[in-house]
Design a protein around this ligand. Structure first.
Ligand SMILES: [Zn+2]
Length: 261
């Protein structure tokens, strides 16, 4: 166990082990390499066990990591937390609107997020679904989702963490504008972000003549579900693909940067 204030030393991550495995597919290798590159700027990926994760989140962000998470697959949890921290660092959020990581079986999805908690006296929490996060094999659906287009191309566990933090970012925007629970529930702020990003995207060569539905579809199928999911999927797309992300994802990312930084 690591004492407070001690320096974390790098441990071989899941991504590092994957790239050394000759039997993985080219796309999985590419994802692993991308995660390694990203991890240089995401310190949480250096934690070596659950105790370190708990200390790290408490010390740096005052975020609680529930003990129930300790039963899950460590590398997968850490990778998803890496995506969460990436967003905190990108948007200088200091994690103030995220209170905890916890476990929950809900929505038949690997992860989900409780946001807008301050309106109803609840903490904002990011949940790991134990039905998926108990074993690395159970998370293959995320890689499949990226292949079928249900989720953005090249996205995986890391990007799912970034996606969930995207919901907290929407909450942060509502907070900044003194929005009410109804505003958040009606996706007022998400609508403003998506609409202005769409207008910008249409004025580019890449986005010309495309409808908003077409543009959302280029992010992923799941981006069509709601405006909130569109923003979170755009984040996942941008984190996975950078300048190769879809045009609407790139414009949504820019709008979020303008809004929050
Ligand atoms: Zn979501």
């Amino acid at each position: 166990m690591l004492g407070r204030g001690e320096k974390l030393t790098p441990a071989p991550t899941l991504a590092e082990r994957l790239v050394q495995n000759p039997n993985i597919s080219a796309s999985l290798r590419q994802s692993a390499e991308r995660v390694i590159a990203a991890s240089k700027d995401v310190p949480v990926l250096k934690c070596k066990n659950f105790s370190e994760l708990q200390i790290y989140w408490a010390d740096n962000y005052s975020v609680r990591v529930a003990d129930s998470i300790k039963k899950l697959h460590f590398e997968s949890v850490r990778l998803a937390m890496g995506g969460v921290e990436k967003m905190i660092l990108e948007f200088q959020l200091s994690g103030r609107l995220l209170n905890a990581f916890n476990t929950r079986r809900k929505n038949n999805a690997p992860m989900c997020t409780q946001y807008g908690g301050r309106y109803v006296g609840k903490p904002n929490e990011i949940y790991f679904n134990p039905d998926y996060f108990d074993k690395a094999e159970h998370l293959k659906c995320l890689i499949m989702g990226a292949i079928t287009g249900y989720h953005p191309k090249n996205s995986g566990i890391f990007e799912t963490g970034a996606h969930e933090m995207g919901h907290i970012i929407e909450d942060w925007i509502a907070f900044k504008h003194n929005g009410t629970f109804k505003d958040l529930d009606n996706e007022i702020f998400a609508r403003q972000i998506v609409q202005s990003a769409f207008a910008k995207a249409q004025s580019t060569a890449e986005g010309k003549d495309k409808s908003v539905t077409q543009m959302k579809r280029e992010i992923s199928k799941y981006a069509l579900k709601s405006l909130s999911e569109c923003i979170s999927e755009a984040i996942s797309d941008y984190v996975a693909n950078g300048e190769n992300a879809s045009i609407l994802s790139k414009e949504i990312w820019k709008r979020l940067k303008e809004e929050l930084n």
